[in-house]
Design a binder for this molecule. Structure first.
Ligand code: FAD
Length: 396
């Protein structure tokens, strides 16, 4: 019997974990990515704020299990009705099952003036090169006002925004510039961290470290001549160094029927099964979908695991679990943990959690291959949001 073809578009965390959890003796698995390389994106922070030179990319082909195929190609169109994907370099791909795992793309052109700032200063969210560019500005900085924040509510990894401000503050203190620098963290949300239980933990740290917060600040325009960011609410923020995380959207790809994409090109999918609206043989996993959970590597991972089970004919569903490591600087970290049925737990930062975040950066490649699954299973079992809320929320 001919093997069923599984086509996976995107060799990021979601795509690779799915491919590596499928039985290649039973399924003909192909991953298509426009790039040869997979990047460990959480490390962008340490390049941008600590000047880390760690190598954070590996060839996608080397991260796949034996029997799974890799093709370098950019998919321009997918016809879900005809089960076909069209590559701009290599032609047409047919499939029995499709998983779209194309992540997000930065879109600095959405905000007038942001393109200039993005090209000139870089940021800590979009690429190794942009993080290096930002580090080169931070390492030359001599004092003044640094405006740091996110320019739209849709962003990968919610904790990473404030992690940037914390790591920046730590760096400035270390190099003796803290007294000469005003740090202003702007956010479209009503508070420093969007989810209140975690905000209660981190907001006192923000105040202690003298980081000013501008809440409800939706970036409207940036004028790099006048060194000013203006918000939709009419406030303006003067800066000497701007660190602006650009809005992100779904990757530019035509999908037929077009009703499966929202206005920002994110793909509408069932929140537990990741099936694309109206289709049983096509899934959207990770950052590219509209699931009501955070856009993080861990959610991409758990969604991919569930989809691998579903494709292989076993029952599985994703429960919305998020598990974001949150570096609060000075050697401590916490995790933002919740799921569809339980709110974020007020989990306090510790040195051990920081060590866990640093260890994750080393074992990341194992998580893609599935060899770290037993460690994760244990961790998730002992840190359910129910348990953490019971322990920490009730202690408040
Ligand atoms: C600064 C920062 C810190 C973060 N920290 C954490 C953290 O601590 N923990 C955590 O869990 N998550 C974290 N994240 C988020 C995490 O990195 C992402 O959520 C995760 O990488 C999403 O995986 P994905 O597979 O959905 O997309 P990606 O990993 O972005 O992969 C998408 C892939 O699709 C390919 N692609 C796109 N379009 C096409 C196309 N048309 N044709 C072919 N290929 C295409 C791309 O080349 C890419 O390889 C962080 C992110 C950032 C930026």
């Amino acid at each position: 019997m001919e093997m069923k073809k599984v086509l996976i578009i995107g060799g990021g965390g979601g795509g690779l974990i799915l491919a590596n959890h499928l039985d290649t003796n039973e399924y003909d698995v192909t991953v298509v990515d426009k790039s040869d390389l997979h990047f460990y994106q959480p490390w962008f922070l340490y390049i941008a704020f600590k000047g880390s030179k760690r190598k954070i990319s590996r060839p996608i082909g080397e991260l796949l299990k034996p029997g799974a195929n890799f093709v370098k190609d950019e998919i321009s169109t997918i016809n879900l009705n005809e089960r076909k994907a069209y590559g701009s370099r290599k032609g047409i791909y047919n499939y029995d099952y499709l998983a779209i795992a194309t992540g997000t793309v930065p879109d600095p052109d959405q905000i007038p003036g942001l393109r200039q700032v993005y090209d000139e200063y870089g940021d800590y969210h979009t690429s190794v090169w942009n993080s290096e560019k930002l580090w080169s500005h931070i390492s030359k900085f001599k004092g003044g006002t640094i405006a740091i924040g996110q320019s739209s509510p849709t962003c990968k990894c919610p904790p990473s925004l404030l992690e940037g401000a914390f790591l920046l503050e730590e760096h400035l203190r270390k190099v003796g510039l803290r007294d000469k620098t005003r740090i202003v963290f702007f956010t479209p949300f009503p508070r420093a961290y969007p989810a209140e239980p975690m905000n209660k933990i981190v907001e006192p740290m923000v105040h202690e470290r003298g980081i000013e917060v501008m809440p409800f600040f939706d970036v409207d325009t940036i004028d790099d001549q006048k060194k000013t960011i203006t918000s939709l609410e009419g406030e303006s923020l003067k800066y000497d160094l701007p660190i602006v995380v650009p809005p992100c959207r779904g990757t530019k790809m035509k999908i037929i029927p077009e009703t499966v994409q929202d206005e920002d090109r994110f793909i509408k999918a069932d929140k537990k099964l990741m099936k694309i609206e109206g289709f049983d043989d096509a899934f959207a996993i990770g950052d590219c979908n509209t699931l009501p959970t955070s856009k993080t590597g861990v959610t991409a991972h758990l969604e991919a695991m569930a989809v691998s089970e579903i494709i292989q004919g076993r029952y599985s569903e994703f429960n919305g679990r998020i598990n974001c490591p949150f570096d609060t600087a000075y050697g401590k970290a916490t995790f933002v943990i919740a799921d569809y049925n339980n709110p974020v737990a007020p989990y306090p930062p510790t040195k051990v959690k920081h060590m866990m975040k640093m260890t994750m950066a080393r074992i990341y490649w194992m998580t893609l291959m599935g060899t770290a699954d037993p460690i994760f299973e244990q961790f998730f079992k002992f840190t359910t949001p129910e348990k953490l809320n019971k322990k920490y929320a009730s202690a408040e």
